[in-house]
Every structure is written in C-alpha cells, then in structure tokens.
Design a protein around this ligand. Structure first.
Ligand code: ADP
Length: 226
C-alpha cells in the first residue's frame, strides 16, 4: 500500500505538469499583452498566474520528494564544495532579504567539502535559508554557518524571527504540516520544504535538529557525522 501511495503521488504530480505548463504559458502571454484588458480581468489574471506558480511549486516539490523516496541510490555521490554552494544560496537569499532590510551573514570553513548529491543538498540548504528569510520580520538577522569539528561537519541557519511553539517542533518535517497556517499561506510556501530537508539529510546519513522559541527565533542544524 505504501508503494502504491508513492507511485500514485509521483504519477499524479508528473501528469499535472503538462496542463500546468499550458495554463501558465497562456496566462503569461495574456499578461504580457495586457493593454486593452479591463482592470477587473487584469486582477483576476494576475491572481490566476500567482496560483499557477504556487501549484507549479507544489508539483515540483512533490516530484522531488517522490524522487528522494523512490530512487535513493540511483546517483553516485560526488565531492560537493559546500562553501561554493552556500555562496550561491547566500546570494539568492540576499535578493529576498534586501527588500525586507534583513541582514544575512555567511560564515564558512574554507575548503570544507561533503560527499553527496549536490542538487539535493542545494534544495535542503536553500529551503532552510529561505524559511529563515520568510519567517523573520523586516530588519531581522539570519546567520548561516558551515563548519567542522572532530566529530563531523555542521550546517546551521539561525534567525531572530517569529519562532515556533514547542508543541509543533516534532511534527514540522511531516508533509504539509504548518505551525501557523495563516502565516504560512501569506508567505506562499508549499508545506513540503522541511519534509524535503528531512529526506535529503536521511540520504546523507545526517540529522536535523530544530531549536526554536516563539517570538525569539529559530536555529536549524544539520549534522553530518561519519
Ligand atoms: P512552508 O512551505 O509552509 O514554509 P516548510 O515545510 O518549509 O513549509 O515549513 C513548515 C512550517 O515550519 C512552516 O509553515 C512554518 O510554520 C515553520 N517554519 C519553518 N521554518 C521556520 C523558521 N525559520 N521560523 C519560523 N517558523 C518556521
């Protein structure tokens, strides 16, 4: 039954891709040639495009999760330059954080690499960084760190944002689990980000630790222990 569920989710997600591409494509064309369109229709088209993007993000996240669940060992791990990867993620985060006047810092141990799947690690790390930006109010601070000690290597993202109540923490990595539905809808997430993080870390034999205090901020730590 579990395999049937996985196959079903993977197939539905895959089948939804083509119709969604067609809808998004036409909406984009209509919005590009918007002269002469009545304002009330323009508003409706804008909202349709926004929701199509949201659906697209959901389908992409579901497909990524299916891939992580179904073919865990179909790709050879490579040496990933995590400092280089994090510089890209930091750069992307600045684009989201600068309009909110947030400060995003990056501290990396130079040359500290990891044996793994680069694209999956990128998804996991950037989900954690994007969440920190999303759930931190204007003028907040986000600190990204990557370092090692004698036990292993660690990736940590801390923010001084909204924080999460303790009662939610153990369930956060479940699909579609949200600590605060209203807040998450406003930020346009899919509710799948932390489930993706958990699966990527499981494949890299790493663990996720979440520490958070409501109203004070959160720290998400990924520990890669050999
Ligand atoms: P979403 O797409 O809703 O962000 P995630 O799986 O990435 O889904 O996160 C699950 C929930 O965990 C979010 O809806 C949010 O309530 C909470 N959360 C995640 N990261 C943070 C953070 N840095 N600060 C506060 N809450 C967070």
């Amino acid at each position: 039954l579990e395999q049937m569920r996985k196959d079903f989710v993977a197939n539905v997600s895959h089948e939804l891709r083509t119709p969604l591409t067609v809808l998004s494509g036409y909406l984009e064309t209509l919005l590009d040639q918007s002269e002469g369109i009545e304002p009330r229709w323009l508003r409706a088209l804008g909202q349709m495009a926004q929701q199509a993007t949201r659906m697209n993000n959901l389908v992409n996240d579901l497909l990524l999760l299916s891939r992580l669940e179904n073919q865990p060992e179909d790709r050879e791990p490579c040496t990933v330059s995590v400092p280089k990867l994090l510089r890209q993620i930091h750069h992307d985060a600045l684009a989201l954080a600068t309009p909110k006047k947030q400060i995003v810092t990056l501290e990396c141990e130079p040359g500290l690499c990891l044996l793994g799947i680069e694209n999956d690690l990128r998804s996991a790390f950037s989900n954690l960084v994007t969440n920190a930006v999303k759930y931190t109010p204007d003028a907040g601070t986000i600190a990204i760190r990557w370092w090692s000690d004698s036990n292993g290597a660690y990736f940590k993202v801390c923010d001084n944002g909204l924080g999460i109540d303790q009662i939610h923490i153990s369930r956060l990595t479940e699909r579609f689990y949200r600590a605060d539905a209203a807040r998450s809808t406003a930020t346009g997430g899919t509710g799948l980000g932390l489930a993706i993080v958990k699966h990527v870390l499981m494949q890299h034999k790493a663990t996720l630790n979440i520490q958070s205090e409501l109203g004070r901020g959160s720290c998400f730590t990924c520990s890669f222990l050999p």
